[in-house]
Design a protein around this ligand. Sequence first.
Ligand SMILES: Nc1ncnc2c1ncn2[C@@H]1O[C@H](COP(=O)(O)OP(=O)(O)OP(=O)(O)O)[C@@H](O)[C@H]1O
Length: 498
Amino acid sequence: MTAPRGQDDATGPDRTDLLPPGHRVGDWVVTELIGAGGWSTVYAARPAEERRDRPGRAPDSDEVALKVMPTAGLAPRQARRIVESARREVELGRRAGHPRLIGLRESFVLSAPELPAVDGAIVLVMERAAGSLRELLDAGASGADRGRLIAGICEGLAHLHRSGWVHADLKPENVLLGRDGSVKLSDFGLATELTGTHGYVPPMGTLDYLPPERWRAPLGELGVQVRPSADIWALGVVIHEVFAGGASPFPGATPVARGAAVQEYGEGRAPLRMDHAVPPFWRALAADCLAPTHAARAPHTAESLLARIAARESAQGGTREDTSESTRETEPHDAGTRGPGAHGAGARPARGRARAVVLAAALCGAAGTTLWADAVREDPSGRAGGRARTVEVFNAERGCQDRVDRDPQCSLGLAIDPLRPYAAGNVVPTRVWHGDVLTADCRLPDGQPVIDEEDLQSTLWFRVRLPHGSPYPAAWLPAVRTKDRPPLPGCPRPPAVR
Ligand SMILES: Nc1ncnc2c1ncn2[C@@H]1O[C@H](COP(=O)(O)OP(=O)(O)OP(=O)(O)O)[C@@H](O)[C@H]1O
């Protein structure tokens, strides 16, 4: 959750020493402080011994992030705001889990009478990320596969929008990065479910990422109206920042000054100026995201942007991002751009540098586990013609559709051989869950018939890529396990496996 509208980004009171390492919080033990936002402090934690040993539990020896949102000592209105923010996070985590969204494991109210400052705080237990896009940008992000990062953000937004939600606070701080470099959108404290074409959010948001219409939006009883196009605007700012050393496309020394520049542009009194460092393809994409009105932005959905990125990757035959193009071309909408690499008034000071350098290194060689780009680049057969697509896993068991905890009971298997019965001896060790997005590179129409729990039968299979390090480079998803039917080339018939 972020600063009240009309103020600079809030940093909040210093709460960094609230929970020392070793402190027990529910079933978790704090290991270190990760960072603090306006209303919350985030700690790394590991499961307490007895949680690890609990019979029948999924193994969760891995670290989690605890987002602690204290309510003690706040005015009733502020406390209500925290509770509302936590409610939005939990609701979204419960209903719209996805590999491109940070996973929420549980939430509880902390009872800590010995620590009055956090007694009664709301705690969200989340999947722990390795760092954030903000840290990566602060470290320079050179060498990171920036196109893949942006595709990951688009995937997360496309899923949110498809599910009827608006994030409403997209910014590099809220784009987290897994250890494998995968993108995970986070911080759903302002996320809102659409009712019709709009959702409603409290009059808050991070000034640098608010579209022109938000500066004039009336505050109604339910809050301020937002639409998915607000996330697309924020995405445009983020794309610019990713390629322009963290600089905003809007000039100004403070968020308020940059907000004034956004309004000038929105009213047609100033052109859009982009840094020369932004390569032409990404410049065009960012310009569409930054169309000045909702109406002009609306055609540029996250889905359509993702398709443009995929088409470009295909056309390039899966070559790595060519950052050298960044200084070559000038586009009509960038007359008056800043010089190459100039960070301009919109640049931010570097912070969190050491952690970010590690992250950048991880990203350079990283293999995101489910991004489409990997398959385009790595199709071993070369037969996909670079036309990899994603398929979202569908589990017909309703009890599994709302779960985000990756319970083994709700996992689904991928076949080794689509021509053999889909049974225990014919599945790879990698499991998948409802909502996972897999990269598919071809389809086999006449494999082994599979019938799902709702008696749907199909002989169609998709060949999907598996993460690096998996014993099998690819496996097979039966079509009854996805609702997607991407236009893919036919697979060569796999050789019989004995
Ligand atoms: N699940 C997570 N794993 C690792 N780091 C996280 C996680 N969630 C948040 N963080 C980091 O913790 C810090 C604080 O996050 P928090 O969401 O409280 O505030 P913020 O997003 O920085 O600010 P705001 O108050 O504007 O939302 C940030 O640096 C963020 O990148």
